[in-house]
Design a protein around this ligand. Structure first.
Ligand code: AMP
Length: 414
């Protein structure tokens, strides 16, 4: 038997209804905040992620699905979408359009991680990017938008963590200090940390090896290296979040595992997710465009891990599948055309309707309606058609009524 590839999943009903629910809400919220959709390819040149996300990140050094195409070029299944959005922004000269570009995307990403609950090799992200402004107001608005999506989706038990990782001058000072301190302690850390201590000391802070954690705890914090403008930026973000009543916790250790972040970084966690507790992550990336040879393009964005958001919603008991409104039961083959016409009429009026299975026995029809989870069964017999009044039975209560055809859709959607 051929099975789905390790780390990939089929999303089946009824769970797919929760996915649709979440995506519908996200699109509504994006619309309300004036974000527009961008769809970028799933395949990109490998260099995009190597340069955008960073050679020394876990994603690029260990987790990408990279292969050689028939013409010898190196291609990669996108592990995230911010680099792709920025590539598209540069390629299509979106900097020529005045004002802030507010873009969102929904789609699959690929990382070759060790699969476990909440961690897959193909997973989905719902993300947004606001490109073209350095203002901390945009940071606060983006975070507010995330909260709006989570609230409207019905999630309650989440927590917002924020930090500032400064801009390149602060990070350079911090990296120099880290490099110095790591000279003493790195030899007793894992192989990755030993290498990163030289190549990209900030990435040592992403290390997940338990034995290294006490050493990392003792390392300096980025917050001590923020200069005046970065401190001021962070203060405004916090003040704005306070103003709109978004609660947050400052986590000075949060550097996030991608090289492009500058200044504000944030994460939302959820208590029911176990080890993979981050529902989403995001932050500012003021130098990303330049690192891809683009013009100056300060931006901020986030990516919700849709798989994890769904797990969290399910853990909180959120269900999204709507019941079937009506099961239409024709009484005999001669009534099939009438039943089909009635079904079309009701469906056009927004009723969720299913049709009988040609057994034409009332008892079987009731059983089928019951199995389909219908709220009502509508019986289509000769008398009903002749009088334009249908027999409608509510399955939960057993109440039967004669309903005029003109009022039927309203009756069924009650
Ligand atoms: P990142 O792009 O690494 O900042 O991740 C953003 C969000 O995507 C995380 O907070 C997770 O919710 C989700 N995510 C990242 N990697 C995976 C994965 N392998 N499986 C499922 N969700 C993931």
């Amino acid at each position: 038997m051929i099975k789905a590839v390790k780390g990939t999943r089929d999303i089946l009903p009824p769970s797919s209804a929760v996915w649709n629910h979440v995506e519908r809400i996200a699109r509504d919220v994006f619309r309300a905040f004036n974000y527009r959709e961008i769809r970028t390819p799933i395949l990109e040149e490998t260099a995009l992620f190597a340069r955008g996300v960073g050679e020394e990140t876990d994603i690029v050094s260990k987790e990408m699905y990279t292969f050689e195409d028939r013409d010898g070029s190196s291609l990669t299944l996108r592990p995230e979408a911010t680099a792709s959005v920025m590539r598209a922004w540069i390629e299509h000269r979106l900097d020529q359009i005045p004002g802030l570009q507010k873009l969102y995307y929904i789609g699959p990403m690929f990382r070759r991680e060790r699969p476990q609950k909440g961690r897959y090799r193909q997973f989905f992200q719902i993300g947004a990017e606001a490109i073209g402004s350095e203002s901390p107001m945009v940071d606060a608005e983006v975070i507010q938008m995330v909260v709006e999506i989570l609230n409207r989706a019905g999630l309650t038990g989440f927590k917002l963590l924020i930090n500032s990782v400064g801009h390149p001058p602060c990070r350079a000072a911090f990296a120099a200090e880290l490099r110095e301190r790591l000279k003493e302690v790195a030899p007793s850390m894992c192989g990755d940390c030993q290498r990163r201590a030289e190549t990209n000391p900030l990435r040592v802070l992403d290390c997940k090896v338990p034995e290294d954690q006490p050493i990392i705890e003792e390392l300096p914090k980025i917050s001590e290296y923020l200069d005046g403008p970065c401190r001021e930026h962070f203060t405004v973000v916090k003040t704005m979040l306070d103003a709109v009543g978004v609660p947050y916790t400052i986590n000075e250790r949060m550097v996030r595992g991608l090289d492009y972040y500058t200044r504000t970084t944030f994460e939302f966690t959820h208590g029911d997710l176990g080890a993979q507790s981050a529902v989403l992550g995001g932050g500012r990336y003021d130098g990303l465009s330049e690192s891809l040879d683009g013009p100056k393009a300060p931006g901020i964005g986030f990516a919700i891990g849709e798989d994890r958001l769904i797990l969290a919603l399910q853990a909180e008991g959120v269900k999204a599948e709507e019941k079937l409104d009506a099961y239409i039961a024709p009484l005999g083959a001669g009534m099939n055309p009438q039943a089909l016409k009635l079904a079309r009429e009701l469906r056009r009026a927004g009723v969720k309707a299913d049709m009988g299975d040609e057994s034409f026995r009332l008892k079987k029809s009731f059983e089928a309606a019951e199995k389909a989870g219908a709220r009502y069964i509508v019986i289509v017999g000769e008398n009903e058609v002749a009088s334009d009044t249908l027999a409608v039975k509510e399955l939960a209560t057993g109440t039967q009524e004669q309903v005029p055809r003109a009022e039927l859709s309203r009756h069924l959607r009650r």
